[in-house]
Design a protein around this ligand. Structure first.
Ligand SMILES: C[S@@+](CC[C@H](N)C(=O)[O-])C[C@H]1O[C@@H](n2cnc3c(N)ncnc32)[C@H](O)[C@@H]1O
Length: 149
């Protein structure tokens, strides 16, 4: 399993639980930001996880084609600059039939979308490039390489 851009390791406690249920699970993460990666390594140690964290970004995944049964992305596609290229990398890394599991904030419907549009620039400048109004749900849903479950 690959955690794509793990940040400080917010998902790691869930991976710990997953490994307790499935001891064959092999954990990998990439995180290019050195400060976040340092905190992620600390979390791996605190949780006594057997996990490899590498410094490459999604642009150049350091893994062979068809390497993973599962790729996880949590609050990543709001920020990375090229969503299509990142999805290409996800499909490159996944084995046929593999699962892409994601947790992303998305573009709202109705009046809330207008609020997201209105504050997006200030939000983006103050939240490390995060786009509040990216229609990530539609992008994923419309990508016919994936079957949405
Ligand atoms: C909000 S953090 C999410 C981290 C983690 N997945 C979580 O759930 O807490 C966004 C992630 O996107 C990465 N990121 C931000 N801007 C990027 C960029 N321009 N290119 C590549 N990665 C970027 C950061 O390094 C970070 O890991």
């Amino acid at each position: 399993m690959l955690d794509l851009e793990s940040g400080t390791g917010a998902m790691f406690p869930y991976f710990k639980t997953a490994t307790e249920h499935d001891q064959s699970l092999v954990l990998h993460a990439i995180e290019p930001d050195p400060q976040m990666r340092r905190r992620a390594v600390q979390k791996v140690n605190d949780l006594a996880l057997d996990m490899t964290i590498r410094s490459e970004g999604w642009q150049s995944l350091p893994y062979a084609h068809d390497s993973f049964d599962i790729v996880v992305a949590s609050l990543v596609f709001c920020t990375i600059p090229d969503v299509e290229a990142a999805l290409d990398e996800v499909t490159w890394a996944l084995k046929p039939g593999g699962e892409f599991r994601f947790l992303e904030h998305v573009y709202a419907d109705g009046w809330l979308a207008h609020v997201q549009d209105a504050v997006n620039l200030i939000w983006r400048l103050s939240a490390a490039g995060c786009h509040l109004n990216r229609d990530t749900a539609a992008t994923f849903r419309n990508d016919d390489r994936f079957e949405m479950v």
